[in-house]
Write a protein that binds this ligand. Structure first.
Ligand SMILES: NC(=O)c1ccc[n+]([C@@H]2O[C@H](COP(=O)([O-])OP(=O)(O)OC[C@H]3O[C@@H](n4cnc5c(N)ncnc54)[C@H](O)[C@@H]3O)[C@@H](O)[C@H]2O)c1
Length: 275
């Protein structure tokens, strides 16, 4: 069981940062994981490859992954997914809201309302809908005792944890990304507000603000890659992050080891925003 005796629920799981986080949970001993993404084939492939690696003998006590593809902008799909996770695994302990989109990279005047709505629907509204559905379940369930309470004090039990993926661009801005920056600032605001509201329920809500990380989103085309060169160089570390470097921070915030971390926006950006 390791650090994760509970149930992980992860959106935007099929590739990039999401797939690294799912892999991290599985490798850290989490045995019940529910994943979703709009990319049906990639989601099924991730499930298959993780089970083959972590639970090749199909041990019933071993890793189980529920993979349900769908569009995270649909409220009814989110209700279906969160309900399916609860029905299958009995509870939800670690929600990670990752699904996100970056485009369009244009100034406000050149952005259509539908494009603005799309980016906010995926990046912010869907994260709120998933959180709302999962928080309903978390608040009603028994707290989970924290493992490793053998140091002479007892770490408080936790009823649940939510980690949202925001961005460094929720804290600072860049040219041609007003809708994206605003959607990620909204995620940070939601994180802090939910952290205040659900502290009394023993639920922690935090977010991670990645810098430029090497994924499809940042390497999609030569134009995107070229446009990001300057951003990469603003960061003192002068390189793109690796997906596992983001996953490690999400795992920490989800785990009992972060039992006193609440409403935090953890910046993981090679120093971008300090420069
Ligand atoms: N890569 C970066 O540099 C970077 C930096 C800061 C923040 N982020 C954030 O990290 C998260 C993951 O980004 P990534 O770089 O891994 O990108 P990615 O494009 O590789 O992954 C995003 C995932 O979200 C899924 N998704 C998008 N729209 C969806 C929808 N409507 N329904 C269901 N799933 C949907 C995609 O299919 C994809 O699997 C995003 O929220 C992104 O904004 C990324």
């Amino acid at each position: 069981m390791g650090d994760f005796p509970g149930v992980a629920v992860i959106t935007g799981a099929a590739r990039g940062i999401g797939a690294a986080i799912v892999t991290g949970f599985a490798e850290s001993g989490c045995r019940r994981i529910a994943i979703t993404d709009i990319l049906e084939t990639e989601l099924a492939d991730l499930r298959k490859s993780l089970l083959a690696r972590v639970n090749p003998q199909d041990d019933p006590e071993g890793l189980t992954i529920l993979a349900l593809p769908g569009d995270i902008t649909s409220e009814s799909f989110i209700e279906e997914f969160i309900t399916a996770a609860k029905t299958r695994f009995g509870r939800i302990d670690y929600l990670v809201n990752i699904a996100g989109v970056g485009k369009p990279y244009r100034r406000s005047v050149e952005v259509e309302v539908q494009e603005f709505d799309f980016i906010n629907n995926v990046n912010y509204r869907a994260a709120w809908l998933c959180s709302r559905a999962a928080l309903r379940i978390m608040t009603a369930q028994e707290p989970l005792a924290s493992p490793g309470n053998n140091e002479g004090w007892t770490r408080p039990a936790q009823r649940g944890s939510v980690v949202n993926i925001a961005s460094q661009l929720g804290l600072v801005s860049r040219p041609g990304a007003s809708a994206y920056c605003a959607s990620k600032a909204a995620v940070i605001g939601m994180t802090k507000a939910d952290a205040i509201d659900y502290s009394k329920d023993s639920i922690r809500v935090n977010c991670v603000c990645p810098g430029v990380v090497e994924t499809e989103m940042t390497t999609l085309s030569g134009v995107v890659r070229e446009g990001l060169k300057e951003s990469v160089n603003i960061a003192p570390m002068g390189r793109m992050g690796h997906v596992r470097e983001i996953a490690d921070c999400v795992l920490f915030l989800s785990s009992y080891k972060a039992s006193f971390v609440q409403g935090h926006a953890m910046v993981v950006d090679g120093g971008y925003i300090i420069n």
